[in-house]
Design a protein around this ligand. Structure first.
Ligand code: G3P
Length: 225
């Protein structure tokens, strides 16, 4: 079954979403982290402790492979459930490849993926996750969901089993619907979209009608203790 991750660095949102029992992981990025006021490392530790047992993607800020590797090693020392998010590119691929060697095997999520070739290279380098940004592709007139569909097909035809597809940059519930049908392993969803996913006008109308039918006829009868 497709997993839902929360795309957030906000502690209140994370706590609330966890209480619904629907999320299986979390993704952050430097923009999301920059909106919070806590010092970076303290925030990472708090997030990882709330998300105990679930993977949490935290992105490196370095741009060279050597620095990314150093930063990744430091990040995973902060908590045991960290997956290191590495931007796509030659340095990113080198870093993923190195972090995946020997006993170390640090899990990496290759982010800012916008093409099938980028996804293929990330998988070959040893990424545990690849994150196609579907909303940003839609923004420039491409079809983000179509890319996810092609990635799912490629991974299944080529039997690429070690890399999971996280549909990211999700902007509305329809995106979640479509990437789930396309076969993405994971959809990472902002809290606002997660809330929208619970709603349907017919659900609201239905609840209202049930309650008013009951109130209009049997209001005197007590059913709760
Ligand atoms: O976590 C990365 C991603 O989901 C970014 O989304 O809306 O900034 O394109 P957005």
């Amino acid at each position: 079954m497709v997993q839902i991750f929360l795309d957030s660095a906000n502690l209140q949102e994370i706590e609330e979403a966890l209480s619904w029992g629907v999320i299986s992981g979390l993704t952050t990025n430097p923009s999301l982290m920059s909106r919070e006021s806590e010092p970076f490392e303290l925030l990472v530790k708090k997030i990882c402790s709330l998300m105990d047992g679930y993977p949490v993607s935290v992105e490196v800020l370095s741009t060279s492979a050597d620095e990314m590797v150093r930063e990744a090693r430091h990040l995973v020392s902060l908590a045991s459930n960290i997956t290191v998010k590495i931007p796509m590119g030659i340095d990113g691929l080198k870093a993923v490849y190195r972090l995946n060697q020997g006993k170390e095997k640090i899990l990496c999520n290759v982010t800012l993926v916008f093409s099938l070739n980028q996804a293929l290279l990330a998988a070959r380098a040893g990424a545990a996750y690849v994150s196609p940004f579907i909303g940003r592709l839609d923004d420039i007139g491409w079809d983000g969901v179509a890319l996810v569909r092609e990635m799912v097909e490629l991974f299944s035809r080529q039997r690429i089993v070690g890399t999971r597809i996280i549909a990211a940059s999700i902007r509305h519930p329809r995106h979640v619907h479509e990437v789930a049908v396309a076969g993405a392993h994971i959809a990472t969803v902002p809290f606002s979209v997660l809330k929208q996913m619970t709603r349907h006008p017919l659900t609201d109308i239905g609840v209202e009608r049930f309650l008013s039918d009951w109130a209009n006829t049997r209001r005197e009868e007590k059913i709760a203790p």
